[in-house]
Design a binder for this molecule. Structure first.
Ligand SMILES: NC(=O)c1ccc[n+]([C@@H]2O[C@H](COP(=O)([O-])OP(=O)(O)OC[C@H]3O[C@@H](n4cnc5c(N)ncnc54)[C@H](O)[C@@H]3O)[C@@H](O)[C@H]2O)c1
Ligand SMILES: [Zn+2]
Length: 389
């Protein structure tokens, strides 16, 4: 990949503006890039064990070469680490090492590491700078951009958090080569989402290049990351605090989040649930009379070719509708979804229970009920208990 030129995507947010830099081999230059950024006295690298085993040494070497004495903080991998307890442990380390306002945190890892590190940076001494160095596709095209940071609570995902923009996002696409295939494919769901919500040309590119993306070919991978970041940056710049327009980024997530919570965050990883949501929310839009059949079929075809599932795991309508009520997009008791009117354009509208029920009936009668993704009795019981809360 080394022949590819560096790409820069600016995120324009007034005095909180920053650049996303995308460059194969960037990890080896982190020390110089940090010196150029100027501010840091002490540097902490927050990462997880999987990422540390592959990339921490290279980053430490680069930082030491540039004169830093970095403190690594290595977390257990996975969503279960995204808790206030982990944040407390990070804050302990920062305080012990006498980190101060000009110290900086580097988040080296996926969305879990990025969300935790950003939140720790947001609250330590009322806010210290941090830089995102995302190493999963989800993190490179989504979670590292936009300043949403936070952790999960026992009663809900991402329930605790803060807006805190990074000073920079440094993406080394070479890190994707070690990503488990399942994580790579799940990330493609978010990439496809950007085409649907904002850019028909990009969607057409994906229709053509999905096979190359599945093979991790360098030029289409660079383009997919860059275009996704541009779209996210544009939406975020228009609406930093998610009052309205930023909600279009939730396309695929009304059903996606509901399926994730029904599976108790075990059966499906986030992007897999979103992949199902991309197709099924297009089906719903068709049911609501908002788009033509062709729109649904184009989305279905890309999702299938990306090797993502489009099938709603077997469940009852009452549980699915109940889980959709828990989504953040519920306003005054209405589930407000994001619906494609054509590829590249979406609208936000509430959805009626009866319309959703008719769609659900249809998915079930068409035989979309794979038994391998069925919720276990324990998961269903837990789901019922949380619906009662
Ligand atoms: N803040 C936001 O705007 C935002 C947006 C989307 C998602 N998120 C959050 O992001 C999280 C999901 O992020 P994720 O999908 O990156 O998951 P993750 O951070 O759990 O990473 C997935 C797995 O891949 C491993 N990994 C990471 N990089 C690797 C690499 N280069 N090679 C090999 N293994 C690697 C990790 O150790 C982990 O096991 C969720 O907590 C979600 O809530 C936040
Ligand atoms: Zn998502």
């Amino acid at each position: 990949m080394a022949a590819v030129a560096e790409q820069i995507v600016p995120v324009t947010l007034g005095e909180r503006s920053y650049d996303i830099a995308l460059y194969p081999g960037l990890l080896a230059e982190i020390g110089d890039r940090l010196s150029a950024l100027g501010t840091a006295s002490k540097v902490g690298i927050v990462t997880d064990r999987h990422v540390a085993s592959r990339y921490l040494q290279a980053v430490l070497r680069s930082l030491r070469k540039a004169g830093y004495d970095p403190t690594p903080i290595i977390l257990p991998p996975g969503e279960r680490t995204k808790t206030l307890g982990t944040v407390a442990r990070i804050l302990d380390r920062l305080a012990q090492q006498k980190f101060e306002r000009r110290s900086l945190l580097l988040a080296l890892g996926g969305g879990v590491v990025g969300d935790i590190t950003g939140f720790a940076a947001a609250i330590y001494q009322r806010g210290i700078p941090f830089v995102q160095v995302p190493t999963t596709l989800v993190a490179q095209v989504d979670s590292s951009v936009g300043g949403k940071t936070g952790v999960d609570h026992r009663l809900g995902k991402n329930l605790i958090g803060a807006f805190h923009q990074p000073r920079a996002v440094w993406i080394d696409p070479l890190t994707l080569r070690t990503l488990p295939r399942r994580e790579w494919i799940a990330g493609l769901a978010e990439v496809i989402k950007y085409g649907i919500i904002a850019d028909e040309e990009f969607f057409a590119f994906l229709e053509k290049e999905i096979p190359a993306l599945l093979k991790l070919e360098e030029a289409p991978v660079m383009h997919a990351i860059k275009r996704s970041c541009e779209i996210k940056a544009r939406v975020v710049a228009g609406d930093e605090r998610e009052s309205d327009r930023r909600r279009i980024l939730n396309y695929g997530h009304t059903i996606g989040h509901a399926l994730e919570s029904l599976a108790d965050y075990r059966g499906l990883i986030h992007g897999e649930a979103v992949g199902i949501g991309l197709v099924q929310e297009a089906e719903l839009a068709y049911h609501m009379g908002l788009c033509r059949r062709e729109v649904v079929e184009r989305i279905r075809s890309v999702v299938q070719r990306a090797k993502l599932s489009e099938q709603v795991p077997r469940t009852s309508f009452a549980s699915l509708w109940g889980a959709m009520q828990h989504d953040k997009k519920v306003l005054a008791g209405q589930v407000v979804g994001v619906w494609p009117v054509k590829i590249g354009e979406v609208v936000m509208r509430p959805i009626e229970r009866q319309v959703c029920a008719a769609w659900f009936q249809n998915t079930q009668s068409r035989g979309i009920r794979p038994s391998n993704r069925r919720l276990s009795g324990k998961q269903a019981a837990r789901r019922k208990a949380s619906a009662r809360r």
